[in-house]
Design a protein around this ligand. Structure first.
Ligand code: UDP
Length: 237
């Protein structure tokens, strides 16, 4: 087996990645396909942490209103990420992969609470760790949670799986001539507002030297090739 370029990674999946062709919710087969990608990584010895968004169910900013406080709606959004985490947990287990969900909010009947040292222990035992409920605080996103957890558990790489091949100069859906960057700096991504991750997440990664790769979620096996050293997607560092 070739050398692994990255031994411990943090993979951020948006909630939308769970929808398949539906307009929302969770498509079991889609989650299973993503779980298979994760299991491939574990099978070659990569320690995998996952942060899953909740946008397929609810985003706090979208439901906040005069009659719904933003803090409440963000709590709902964080609970949505727990729902997705549980779906992924069962898909991974159905493939024979050990996995633990650790939540930033205490829901002890449902999953463990996040404790950094325990998370690292899970990694050492070959378990996937799904970090649920974001940061546990309103007004943040799961992108920021992914940066935060990645830094805390000393992941060597943060991977953001998206619907496109990496970071473009413009939205490639709107402009097919947009340029795909193979490498940019965090400062460029922040200054040019390239819509990669929110600024909080990018600043955290920059300040704590956690490199970020943006890859296409639909490119089968891409993440495995990436951890084995292939230059895939866009590298931000
Ligand atoms: N959220 C939050 N704090 C966090 C992370 C998430 O309040 O630290 C809430 C927020 O309402 C957000 C929702 O959870 O809209 C779902 O997360 P996100 O929008 O990041 O999901 P994604 O777009 O990645 O699916």
């Amino acid at each position: 087996m070739s050398e692994l370029t990255y031994k411990r990674i943090l993979l951020k999946l948006s909630g939308e990645a769970f929808m398949g062709d539906s307009a929302g919710g969770i498509d079991g087969n889609t989650v299973l396909r993503l779980a298979e990608e994760v299991k491939q990584l574990c099978d070659i010895g990569v320690q995998v942490g996952l942060v899953i968004g909740g946008g397929n169910i609810l985003r706090g900013s979208e439901v906040a209103s005069d009659v719904m406080n933003r803090v409440t709606s963000d709590h709902m959004g964080m609970l949505a990420t727990v729902i997705n985490a549980l779906a992924m947990q069962d898909s991974l287990e159905s493939l024979g992969q050990d996995v633990r969900v650790m939540s930033a909010l205490q829901i002890n009947q449902v999953c463990e609470s996040f404790k950094r040292r325990r998370a690292v222990r899970h990694f050492e035992k070959g378990r996937v760790v799904i970090f649920a409920a974001g940061t546990g605080n309103p007004f943040f996103t799961t992108d920021s949670a992914a940066s935060l957890r990645g830094i805390e558990v000393e992941a060597e790489l943060l991977i953001k799986a998206t619907k496109v091949d990496g970071i473009y100069s413009e939205d490639p859906v709107k402009n097919p001539d947009a340029t795909l960057y193979s490498r940019i700096s965090f400062d460029e991504a922040i200054d040019q507002r390239l819509n990669v991750m929110d600024a909080t997440a990018l600043v955290l990664c920059r300040d704590h030297k956690l490199p970020l790769r943006v890859v296409n979620i639909f490119d089968k096996g891409a993440i495995k090739r990436l951890v084995m050293g292939d230059d895939i997607g866009t590298l931000v560092e």
